[in-house]
Write a protein that binds this ligand. Sequence first.
Ligand code: ADP
Ligand code: MG
Length: 1319
Amino acid sequence: MAPKSKKSNAPQKANFFQESIKKKSAGVSDMTLLTKVNNENINDNLKKRFENQEIYTYIGHVLISVNPFRDLGIYTDEVLKTYQGKNRLEVPPHVFAIAESSYYTMNAYKENQCIIISGESGAGKTEAAKRIMQYIATVSGGESSQIKEIKDMVLATNPLLESFGCAKTLKNNNSSRHGKYLEIQFNSQGEPVGAVITNYLLEKNRVVGQIENERNFHIFYQYCKAATSTYQEQFGMTGPESFLLTNRSGCLSVDGIDDVHDFNETLEAMRVIGLTQQEQDEIFRMLAIILWLGNVQFVENDGGYAQISDNEVIAFIAYIMEVDADTLIRTLTIRVVETQRGGRRGSIFESPLNTVQAAAVRDALCKGIYNNLFEWIVSRVNVSLRQRGAHAYTIGVLDIYGFEIFEENSFEQLCINYVNEKLQQIFIELTLKTEQEEYVRERIQWTPIDFFNNKIVCDLIEEKRPPGIFAAMNDACATAHADSNAADNSLVQRLNGLSSNPHFESRGASFLVKHYAGDVMYQISGMTDKNKDLLSKDILLLIASSNNQFLSTLFPEPVDTDNKKRPPTAGDKIKSSAGLLVQNLMQCTPSYIRTIKPNQNKSPSEFDTKMVLHQVKYLGLCENIRVRRAGFASRQTYEKFLERFYLLSPKTSYAGEYTWQGDPKSGVERILKDTSIAPEEWQMGTTKVFIRHPETLFSLEHLRDRYWHNMAIRIQRAWRNYMKYRNECAIRIQRCWRKNKDQIGWLQLREYGHQVLAGRKERRRFSLVSMRRFLGDYLGVNNKGGQGQLIKSAIGINDQDFCVFSGRVQLLVARPMRSSKPSPRTLVLTSSHMYLVVSTLVGKVLQMKLERSVMLNAIKAVSISNLRDDWMIFSIDTMNPEEGDIVLECDFKTELIAHLLQRSGGRIGVNIGPQFEFAKKKGKTGTVKWVKDERAKTETYKSHVVTAPSGEPADSPSWPPCEKIRKPPRPITSGKLIRKGGPAKANNSSQGSRRPPAAANSTPRAVPVVNSAVANQRASVQAPVRSPTVSNGSSASSAPVKRQAPPPPPAPVAEPAPVVPSKPMYKAIYNFVSEDDGEVSFVKDDLMEIVQKDENGWWLAKKDGKEGWVPSNYLVEAPAPKPTPPPSLPAKRQPPPPPAAAATPTASANSSPAAARHTVAATTERAPVAATTNTNALHGGFGGPGNIGGVPGWKVALEAKKAAAAAAAGGGAHSAPAPAPSTSPTPAARRPGPPAVAPKPSVGAKPVVPPRAPVAGPKPTVAARPTTGGKSLQEIVSWFTLLVLLLLIFCCCAVAMSMRIGLLGVMRSLIIRRRHPLF
Ligand SMILES: Nc1ncnc2c1ncn2[C@@H]1O[C@H](COP(=O)(O)OP(=O)(O)O)[C@@H](O)[C@H]1O
Ligand SMILES: [Mg+2]
């Protein structure tokens, strides 16, 4: 893609760039760092660097380039890549850095750019321009074919226009003989979509004459040397030595220029640009016409007039011009003159020309054709480069002919030097004058710096009034239009009037202009003619007569022979196009490249100090450095700066969104402060911010570039943290589940059992203990071997029959003629039956015998008292008159009931009352009555009366499993985003929870204009956090946020009630050290008031008058001090209400006769059979082999209930939750079968006791818990009974003996007693 240096003088390849990176840099790379600023030091610095093969040096953002006159290998693609995306301070000075800066600024700041390259002829402007195009074409994106095409075309313009517009001069082997401004157009993505070339004044004189050792335009030599055979045949092309126009100056070839190679490049460029073969042929036809016309020679005829010396040449020219040969001869040798009389047209006559005049006509024709051909090519290139799609921005590259001083300087040099003066003026205007004026205007502290302003020279050349040089030339042409000499003389007269200008000296036939770059003496002779720039009418008519279409299109103006209006002169044209150029450049952000020519000999090693010093002076580099050193590297309007850098401050942006609502100036100030830019680095003007050093700007740009990158990294980090957190949570849950899954079911069954009886039956102290689980099979019936096996075989169940419950009971056994009496039995409950087994000792062998088996379906109800005793009556629906209801005492009554309900799907009713009837054998009935007697130490049964002391209150909750000592949660994740201390705290470090207080604290600011909607929205979100109601601590504020209506005003009371703090008080269970403003520290046991509960785990607390956020999981609710004893407690200890319901026994509604037998003393309830009950559920219930670790339906109901209760507790409402419906949301896979237990009877629907607060207060002493491994409670009781019995017997014996009862009788009674199976 990179174009080859086409006409390099000494293309010796050197790996200079790599060397320059490795080797030590010479001098300073930015001359603003020179210790002493003067022209000599600048010169020295440039010299050192040139000798060190460092041709580029900066003055701030101006690039100084010294022509190395050799290929340094610094424009390769690798080098180019090192400049891509870098700011100029990161990499050594280079033309690529300027191109990068322009391209970056265009994209970043959306401003049109221009790069102004100035310097002497041969100083390296065109090379620099080519490198810039190379850079832009490479880095500007866009892989679409259209964009690639544009890039290729833009690059192809170089060889094409160089061939036609450059020539070898004494100063430069590839001297541009025209000015060129190439504007590359980009779309909003920074892709080139088109280009426009503006051409400035071609030095057309060169076509017909060059001074010695110079050449005509390159294309002529290329064409002559490399013309194809077709062109040779068609247009008679031969070598350059055959044509006067190419051989006259005696320079046919140039060192380092390969014309044949270049011709092919030119043809290739034509192809790339899209010139058709026909167009190319026509171009080469025109060149042939010019070359052959140059060979036309005139001799004097007899009359002393010009005569064509060789008519064959004319014939050939006429042939290729497609004109009549005679007309051509007449045009070249005869002038048609029209006399004028008093402004009216007079007679027309023909005037033969002398040889000099004829040669002038010939030359004019050649120049005219070439000039117009060149302009046609430029406009044709523009047609091809016409933008595809809309363009947003442009980068212009100005490569204009350099300042020239020759021995003989004419009109062309005046124009060239004038344009250079204009460019110097732009430079002065923008870098010295305007910059200083801006400092003053913006009230920036500034000491003015003197500089030479070349405006006076520009005025000297271009001013209309008083007339400058161009105006004088126009006047001279107008007054003496017919005669060139007269016009020149007139010009001499007129120029005398300019002598008052200190930059002008009139020297007779010449005049001197003191240009910024040196004094130039211009020869007046021929100037007016060149200025007139008119083709004679004869020539125009000749061309109009041509049959060649292309030739005609080169001269499009219709030949108006009568037109008297003065056409614009060359001076006018160059003035207006220079004016337009200046206007255009002034609207862009300029970059400058100032090229310096180190010697006149194109030598790669010579550094002509005098010559360079001269350039350093006239380029004003010294002043440039001074202004730059004192000035600011960058200035930007506040609006633009804010728009570009708002991301850099959290005050001006949030999550990439622009949020600043203040004025732009304070926004800019905020950004600069927040990015910690040193205050001496910037100054605030009235409309702009000034940044002193480029490094500062670059660092801001760098921060900005990194912003999105950093954001992406933060999001990724947060996501990774979240994933880690999630995994860790899952692992912890799994670990916890694995640890507890076997226990959970037992505990939950126990919970369920207590729910069933909850509030209706006093409780034993032992049954409250924390670790009591409803294991069920206490006698190990399900085990293989041992006692369990004995029982199993006694009952006659096989291994598949699963025992749900087994335990010792005392069965009320009827005795003939005596009152019934408790007798030990073994009770076994399977999923279908309840068995009673009696054990007897036969000899010393324990024998077990099934006494009774009852199908669960036959059990209708279980009746128990509301006292703490263990007696229970099973109402059996049996047809056998020999079997009555079962009355027994079972230590694990709650568990037995729970299992029964579970197995029966809640069908079996649970009755609670002070007395119940029960069916005896043979249709008889009995009544068991319960009596409370506080004197009794334990409950006793005698004659159908059970006496029991008070137990624990009926609603005493079972203790939850013993709490482990709680440690602060181990941090789940590490990293910047999640704070140590666990997820709850981590969540709170997020912006969201911090933002409201911060925003609420902010001082009032100007009413937002742009983002008012956003602000309002935010304000409405923040309002509740710091609303006065909340913060003033009124009782209303302590209400949970969700509460809808305020509480009604309290009713007037007779006495002032004690002040009860209505706000929830919380106690700290850990120390907490705040890490942030807005948090409140506390130590363990501190009390504080919670003002607001936030769902994110942080609560707004008020402690010691200070409000702040605290982690909610560090607190437990402290019980509010109760001024009066709670009314509910004694009420609960009261005996059950009198059996009002006894008058209307609900059992009457029961159709079953057995049920009808029951006289229900208190509430009789039957749990409805759950609709979802099914056999599967019955058999696969909890404890079954298939259910280990499963989640039964009743458990779900229980969980739902708990959750509802917890929610109600959290919301401050302690209303009783409705029992969860049996249709539970438990996943089916986890619920292999247990029936969804019907909701507990609605009586005494009791709120589920919330889990105990951790470590809040002294724990109740834990009673020794019954274990399956040691002696069971029943065993202990039995031993105790035995002891008492023995004592009793002993006493009886003593009494009997004393009462003369025979010893035998005593012994007998003893034996009978001992025969009872007491283990
Ligand atoms: N950076 C450069 N590296 C190598 N050679 C250069 C460089 N700049 C200029 N030259 C040589 O100097 C010659 C003149 O340069 P050019 O750009 O045509 O000058 P200008 O356009 O200023 O008149 C080029 O043909 C080339 O041989
Ligand atoms: Mg040039």
